[in-house]
Design a protein around this ligand. Sequence first.
Ligand code: ATP
Ligand code: MG
Length: 577
Amino acid sequence: MRLSKSFFTTLRETPTDAEVVSHQLLVRGGFIRRVATGTYSYLPLGWRVMTKIMQIVKDEMAKSDAEELMLPILHPAELWQESGRWNVYGKELMRMKDRFDREYCLAPTAEEVITDLVRKEVNSYKQLPLNLYQIQNKYRDERRPRFGLMRSREFLMKDGYSFDCDEAGLEVTYQKMYQAYCNIFSRCGMNYRPVEADNGAIGGSKSHEFMALATSGEAEVVYCQKCDYAANVEQAISMRTENESSDTWLALKKVNTENNKTIDEVARFLQIKPSKLIKSLIYKTNTDEFIAVLLRGDREVNEVKLINIIGCLEVSLAEEQDIVKLIGTNIGFIGPLGMKNIKVYCDFEIVEMKNAVAGANEFQTHLINVNYGRDFSADYICDLRLVGEGDSCPNCGEPLTIARGIEVGQVFKLGTKYSESLNANYLDDKGVSHPMLMGCYGIGIGRTMAATIEQNSDEKGIIWPITIAPYQIIIVPVNIKDTEIMNHAENIYSKLNIAGVEAVLDDRDERAGVKFADADLIGYPLRLTVGKKTLTDGTVDLKIRNTGEEIVLALDDIVSIIDKKIAELLRGSDCLE
Ligand code: ATP
Ligand code: MG
């Protein structure tokens, strides 16, 4: 590609709406342009990277016997009603009507459509297993579209769906997909971790997320440095603390705590640690039910665990006026004693606490020496808290570490959730009908591109892993008006093309400094400079973007040495067969 003919513009200034580095560099480097909130055009450079990621995906899918197909984006409401998701998917689902008033949605995912296809075509165990995927746009009306391609409203997703006869077959397919995902992210040069995950709205029994480790990540992951335990913080199991002391129960007492409401204020006022307090929270579910949650003062509620335990779709903290009506007191003085007409969900740790402090359900009053069993009880005792740094690993007991991550992919065992609701059945060898066992497997192509940049950049720009770089090398003639320099540059360009190297020739009439700055911003793995030295000494300078290493090459050695360098970089990306 000759840059003089290429459709791209680089920007010196950071766009004001771009908060994270990948968004900034994708816009500055001329990879993407915003069209509307959460929708982007991919410019040729951006599309080349996307295409390379998709090619890696296709390659690994082919190796795992998954077959590519293409489903529509426009889905009829009837299929979503049949699965039961039309009413539960909420505002994220982009809904629309056609001219006849028939309802549709734009696909946020495609379990319904693929299950409908397979149920119509497959009826015998002889046709199973099947593993089908597409790479297609998805639509989600995200509450907060942001970070460029990381959380957009229209995005390219590889989504795959598997159909097996039984649990054992599904396990084999799941493991194959898990391994294929590891291969894909390794080949993209990513620093990632597969973590145990919550199944969320999709449902099912087992799931892993693939997390690109990055400080800008929206997700938190917990992992053990000793064993291989790793989980999304939403999913991470909290270990039950041992009985904290052998203290005997003291007499319950009321104290005036004045206007101290928060855990920290009350702890300071009573000169105790926050861990001696019982935090009492009132939540409202999506079906307008109120529930109380009790946990240790220094802990946070894991709302995902809470949702799963209640079996609802959403929870949010109740408004003060609802609490006053329900409990008869204000936020800050709520406590577990005498709570009526409301189900109480209590974290495991509360049961172990001795002589704790809790709200008295009276204005400006707390109770001291509160003990579970003697003073109050709960409807449910369960694991409700978020795991924190230093908590014990549920596998080996070592302290856990917390890191931030970007979810780039996820694999789920769906089981029979969709095959049952949509009647996707097959006949076994005795003619008995069974629901198929399904799995689903997703990768965000654009999010993967963005996450790679979050992990690979410096103050000058992007540092692409060679496997997904838009081009492998850029040739920079320092002055295009010098015909001798240009002749050499053209000659090298054509030799590299013939050798199958993906090369760009910067034949723009720009100063060398501008060209170098653009090359660093765009992040080509290799840069070859053709200048005066080429004419006097017959050499060119090769610069390696990720190490900064500079090598002087004789003109005759260019192709062989560049081939060697590319092979080295490929090996470094863990991606040669
Ligand atoms: P998140 O929790 O980040 O909203 P999700 O768990 O809802 O994502 P999945 O349904 O698992 O997403 O979708 C599969 C993949 O699609 C994700 O792993 C991610 O890479 C990508 N993806 C999901 N939502 C978006 C989005 N709004 N923008 C870009 N990519 C997305
Ligand atoms: Mg997910």
